[in-house]
Design a protein around this ligand. Structure first.
Ligand code: PLP
Length: 419
């Protein structure tokens, strides 16, 4: 242990209720995934990184991974690497994400574009597949890009947005969805974990309600992939998208992924007809003829360099197993809520996430009118959560790279900044 960490421990022991610190250390000692903490880059000057849900930390071997790629795959094999490995990479990596984190069989997931662009492609494909239906159901509190893309698609396709306005803390329920879907609904777009509250939607029940109405269900997995287990195949999900730079640590701007259930492939058609979605990429024919499989979701040349970092993280998650990742996540968020109860609730801070861990994803959101200024102060002090308008601080606790003691450091820093 370095001296500065020891100093930090002594300082913490003085300012904390000793039982919280003892509890954090007890949980860290008992953590079966503790050895994974050491695999991630330690950012100099950062006492608590609580934003792994927005941008995961890099792995320590990333510089060597990147150097090897440039030296060998690109620098030595040159264009031969397209044939040798890169052509298949969007599908191979999609299958890896599906296997490790989605509960989905191979051949239904690709890595491409951004979440925003894949939302567009899948929404258009869903609307086209449900002719005569003219409504898109979406939640008022969904992430801006999801709402903006849906509004654009509605405008292009002559459909109407139908809004659900669920409770801001507990999130959307299957009952709420069941009351708005009808034989007019073409598509329902929802987030598995709410980006603000962290509320976890009941994916199997909601998917069933949507499919009973004959509509297509599109899940946004940005805040759940790699932290909450799911079974897309068993739960009947039609389509899904997600980010890879959040809990999958793919790095800034790493491409997104899309899942399209096998029974829809060859029937659903996305609107950006590039050569990478054609039946024969190198036929150079006069017209676009789509490939039947999942590759049809591609449009142009994939960003191979940006697909490097997520591969190491997927290996780590596979080693741990999603059940253990979820158990650690629940332990971290439960502990954050406990520390909130002791240290922040008395100062008038509100809990804006579900208290029950089974209804919550990987982050905990707390609210106070001063949190915009508090966040600025925290960042200066090397404690890094993120601020979500109007008054929320998200404590994003990426399970493999965050300890209970780091979580406590973050909550204590919020208390100190408020004082
Ligand atoms: C992070 C996030 C996005 C981001 O979309 P990009 O196209 O990658 O910028 C979209 N939707 C949700 C729900 C998110 O949390």
């Amino acid at each position: 242990m370095t001296e500065s960490l020891e100093d930090e421990h002594r300082r913490l022991a003085q300012v904390l209720s000793p039982d919280l610190l003892a509890e954090a250390r007890r949980l860290d000692e008992a953590d079966p995934l503790a050895q994974q903490l050491d695999v991630f880059v330690d950012a100099p000057g950062v006492a608590a990184y609580l934003d792994g849900n927005s941008l995961g930390r890099p792995l320590k071997d990333m510089p060597e991974t990147a150097a090897r790629f440039i030296r060998e795959d690109w620098g030595t094999r040159l264009i031969r690497s397209w044939d040798e490995q890169w052509m298949e990479l969007p599908m191979r990596l999609g299958d890896r994400i599906a296997d490790v984190a989605l509960g989905a069989a191979a051949g239904q997931t690709i890595v491409a574009d951004s979440t925003s662009v894949l939302l567009y492609k899948l929404m258009r494909a869903a609307i086209a597949a449900r002719p005569g239906r003219d409504e898109i159901v979406i939640e008022g509190g969904n992430f801006p890009t999801d709402r903006f893309i849906a509004a654009g698609v509605a405008e292009e396709t002559g459909t109407t947005l139908r809004w659900i306005e669920p409770d801001a803390v507990t999130g959307v329920t299957a009952e709420e969805v069941a009351t708005v879907v009808s034989d007019r609904t073409a598509l329902v777009v929802l987030s598995h974990v709410d980006y603000r509250s962290g509320a976890l939607a009941d994916m199997p029940s909601i998917t069933r309600a949507v499919k009973d109405s004959g509509a297509v269900m599109l899940w946004d997995l940005c805040h759940s992939v790699g932290v909450v287990p799911m079974q897309l195949d068993d739960w009947g999900v039609d389509m899904a998208v997600g980010c890879t730079y959040k809990y999958l640590n793919g790095g800034p701007g790493s491409p997104a992924f899309a899942y399209l259930r096998s029974e829809h492939q060859g029937r659903f058609s996305q609107p950006i007809h590039g050569w990478w979605g054609a039946a024969d990429i190198f036929a150079m024919g006069p017209e676009y003829a789509p490939v039947a499989g999942i590759r049809q979701l591609l449009s142009g040349t994939p960003p191979v360099l940006s697909m490097l970092a997520m591969q190491g993280m997927l290996d780590l998650i596979a080693d741990a197993g999603m059940a253990a990742v979820r158990a650690k996540s629940i332990s971290l968020t439960d502990f954050a809520v406990r520390a909130y109860d002791e240290l922040l609730a008395p100062l008038g801070v509100r809990l804006q996430s579900p208290r029950n861990a089974s209804l919550r994803g990987g982050h905990v959101t707390i609210g106070h009118d001063s949190f915009q200024e508090v966040t600025q102060k925290l960042w200066k002090d090397g404690v890094i959560p993120d601020f979500r308008f109007p008054d929320g601080i998200r404590l994003g606790l990426s399970p493999l790279s965050t300890s209970h003691e780091e979580t406590l450091r973050g909550v204590v820093a919020v208390r100190d900044a408020l004082a």
